[in-house]
Write a protein that binds this ligand. Structure first.
Ligand code: 5RP
Length: 215
């Protein structure tokens, strides 16, 4: 699948225009995008990064990383996903970077999602849904999630997010109404963010292949 990821990332470079500040996601697919961005770094103004991991890779290429508070809205955000349905709704957060990813997606006019074909699903939920929570609310939220969704929450032990929080992964969901589930989970006190990108889905999805498929 790594070749498919690379091909999707290469295709996404076509969306980068001169003088842009580019929002950059997190993960192994985005790592290929950052490598590609390094080749055209002289054409862009800078980047906004969604994780310490991506920041380190961007800086290693000499690409400027800027603060979202200083840039205003972004024209373009490029990120991967763990699952994608036919409406471009996504599950993200396999790399625990969902909150910053969601902030940058919200700030961006165009969200280009780059995936390999294995990420495409008819109904979201095969991949456990990540939820970032404030540490003291972990058990409370796990109980609420069980009652509300019937899904099985599991604490991603040993993982602390870039924001100092923890992750619950909800297993065994069949997410037929992702906008509703995202809204409901977001309302629980102690939830920082939900790895469902449905209220603000991707605008363009690139599925890596020879040739890449864009929808
Ligand atoms: C990180 C993410 C990633 O985009 C997602 O996990 C996909 O990763 P990869 O490109 O390595 O398959 O949401 O929080």
């Amino acid at each position: 699948m790594s070749e498919a990821k690379r091909l999707a990332a290469e295709k996404a470079l076509e969306y980068v225009e001169d003088g842009m500040i580019v929002g950059v996601g997190t993960g192994s697919t985005v790592a290929y995008f950052i490598d590609g961005l390094a080749r055209i770094k002289h054409r862009i103004k800078g980047t906004v990064s969604s994780s310490e991991q991506s920041t380190a890779q961007l800086k290693s290429h000499g690409i400027e990383v800027m603060e979202l508070n200083h840039t205003g809205n972004l024209s373009l955000y490029v990120d991967g996903a763990d699952e994608c349905d036919g409406n471009k709704c996504l599950i993200k957060g396999g790399g625990a970077a969902l909150t910053r990813e969601k902030i940058i997606a919200e700030a961006s006019e165009r969200f280009v999602c780059i995936i390999d074909p294995s990420k495409q699903v008819p109904v979201l939920g095969r991949f456990p849904l990540p939820v970032e929570v404030i540490p003291m609310a972990r058990s409370l939220i796990a109980r609420r999630i069980l009652d509300m969704t019937g899904g099985q929450p599991a604490w991603r032990e040993g993982v602390v997010t870039d924001n100092g929080n923890v992750i619950l992964d909800i297993h065994h969901l069949q997410i037929t109404d992702p906008v509703k589930l995202e809204r409901e989970l977001n309302q629980l006190p102690g939830v920082v963010s939900v790895g469902l990108f449905a209220r603000r889905p991707a605008d363009v999805v690139i599925v890596g292949g020879e040739p890449p498929r864009v929808f």
